[in-house]
Ligand binder design. Structure first.
Ligand SMILES: Nc1ncnc2c1ncn2[C@@H]1O[C@H](COP(=O)(O)OP(=O)(O)OP(=O)(O)O)[C@@H](O)[C@H]1O
Ligand SMILES: [Mg+2]
Length: 360
């Protein structure tokens, strides 16, 4: 009442009538009370958003408010999501049974995990220092440790700051756009081969192939896609992967500070169905990533905190995995020999006949 989230109408005799939102459901969970309320027709949902401070004043800071035009859900939690360290054993247990597991972190209800083969391409966004690179480190480390036998991983680190960690573990780690170009060409070519194979077999997805004929999943992870802004051809290739990769077992993980429309055009962005939105500087930027403003509410001190958009929106704390620990975890997966430097590899063109596809 104090916040005046209501529709004001003039009644008979000029008396003011106030129509408040109606609570349609209250559910008490062990660590959360969920209140669903419905706005009266005619009340602008922005009035609710504008007054989220009111909910914080009343219920504390540990709340989440989601909603659309009419129905809103307010989650009031009893516990804060705290920062925590990556625990390899917990992660392995949490992702058991998933084909291409992504361990996201902890939400108020427990571990958040999903299978990339079901929710294909991932966009990681957030302002500088918000936790994107640490998230990629933890996600890729988990993938390698839990799916090495069916994964072929390519990493592009255009800032040259992160992915050296995966050298000798990933199939290739590149730091320059021409090298990335070659990888994208190779992947496109492999997609055509897989597409032909599926056509011949009359199947819709490589997962339908008998196990011994099933090619490995290909994951292409790129930190700082914004640096590819001017690379139109490359971005077209990446868009093609995003459009048809899923059935062919080819998946993208892209990170950027802000999913600028200059870099990610609408089509590509729409194909990146899973979003991890770390702290965004303002609501407008948060809307670009998530379609709603929540990621601007994350505090600067909340490193590794994100709003995960998967089926709905969930606040998640990503695990902290430092470099030495990640190195130690990946050591058993290192190939004995470093692959030849990329410059020495044969040129690959669109119509090359041979392609090498191995595991990791
Ligand atoms: N999950 C986490 N838990 C605790 N601290 C974290 C977490 N993620 C990141 N941090 C802290 O925040 C710092 C910055 O994180 P990170 O390098 O991942 O940011 P970024 O989003 O990649 O930034 P940039 O856009 O500048 O590359 C890390 O060095 C670490 O100290
Ligand atoms: Mg980074």
């Amino acid at each position: 009442m104090a916040g005046e989230i209501c529709l004001k109408r003039r009644g008979r005799q000029g008396k003011e009538l106030r129509v408040y939102p109606q609570v349609s459901r209250v559910t008490v969970y062990p660590d959360c009370v969920q209140v669903v309320f419905v706005l009266p027709n005619g009340l602008d949902p922005k009035e609710v958003r504008k007054r989220d401070w009111l909910f914080e004043q009343t219920f504390g800071e540990n709340i989440e408010l989601f909603g659309s035009s009419k129905t809103f859900t307010l989650n009031i939690y009893s516990q804060e999501v705290r920062r925590f360290d990556y625990d390899p054993e917990v992660v392995v247990r949490a992702v058991e049974g998933l084909r291409l597991p992504i361990y996201v972190g902890r939400s108020r209800t427990g571990d958040e995990v999903y299978d990339m083969t079901e929710h294909p391409h991932l966009l990681v966004a957030g302002e500088t220092g918000s936790g994107k690179s640490v998230a990629l480190r933890s996600i890729l480390t988990t993938l390698i440790r839990t799916a090495a036998d069916r994964l072929e991983l390519y990493c592009a680190d255009l800032k040259r700051s992160e992915f050296h960690l995966f050298k000798g573990v990933a199939r290739e780690v590149v730091v320059e756009t021409p090298q990335l170009h070659k990888i994208v060409l190779r992947i496109r070519k492999e997609m055509r081969r897989r597409g032909d194979l599926l056509d011949r077999e009359g199947l819709a997805n490589i997962d339908d192939l008998p196990e011994q004929e099933r090619p490995p999943y290909i994951v292409l992870a790129i930190d700082e896609v914004a640096l590819l802004k001017k690379e139109r051809d490359l971005m077209d290739g990446i868009e093609e992967i995003s459009a048809i990769g899923r059935a062919l077992g080819v998946f993208l993980i892209l990170s950027m500070q802000r999913p600028d429309s200059d870099v990610l055009d609408g089509k590509l962005k729409n194909n990146l169905t899973v979003r991890m939105a770390f702290r965004h500087s303002d609501e407008i930027n948060s809307r670009i990533t998530l379609g709603s403003g929540e990621a601007a509410d994350i505090q600067q001190s909340q490193k590794g905190r994100m709003v995960l958009k998967l089926d709905g929106l969930t606040t998640v704390q990503g695990p902290y995995l430092d470099l030495p620990k990640a190195k130690a975890l990946l050591e058993p997966y290192k190939r004995a020999e470093e692959p030849a430097a990329a410059q020495n590899e044969p040129e690959i063109s669109e119509d090359d006949e041979t392609i090498e596809i191995g595991v990791l």
